[in-house]
Design a protein around this ligand. Structure first.
Ligand SMILES: [Zn+2]
Length: 141
């Protein structure tokens, strides 16, 4: 949790990609991920974890505080805000656990090889292990 961010870090911030490069990168990363059913499955179930809270909203509105409609709406509003927060966290976790890897793998086809684990740029001749995190770089090359 020490390196938690509200949005995944796809690559090193020093790598400045044009809008066109970003579009090409993410299209390729999406296509790569869609070919991996395990990644798609993991992404889907993590992303759907907060949905039961959303499905409970109609119940909270109708039965939240019987006889106190304003309180019921307030409870439902707070539950909706909690859902939005949890949904964002679930989506960020799902992307971090699945999609980020495909983005980093796709960076190599744009001429910017990067470590799959940490996103550190590797240069034109990648070493055997990442100088930043020490991961073996078999798939990044
Ligand atoms: Zn690394």
């Amino acid at each position: 949790m020490a390196d938690w961010n509200w949005w995944p870090r796809f690559h090193d911030p020093s790598l400045r990609l044009s809008l066109r490069e970003q579009v090409v990168l993410h299209v390729e990363a999406n296509v790569r991920m869609l070919r991996d059913w395990r990644a798609c499955w993991t992404f889907t179930w993590i992303s759907l974890l907060p949905v039961p809270l959303l499905l409970a909203l109609p119940y909270l509105i109708v039965h939240g505080w019987d006889g106190h409609p304003a309180a019921s709406l307030a409870v439902a509003g707070l539950a909706f805000l909690a859902y939005m927060l949890l949904q964002h966290v679930a989506f960020a976790v799902a992307m971090r656990r699945t999609y980020v890897r495909f983005v980093r793998l796709s960076l190599a086809s744009l001429g910017h090889p990067a470590c799959v684990e940490c996103g550190h740029p590797l240069g034109p001749k990648p070493p055997a292990s990442c100088p930043e995190c020490g991961s073996a770089l078999g798939e990044s090359r």
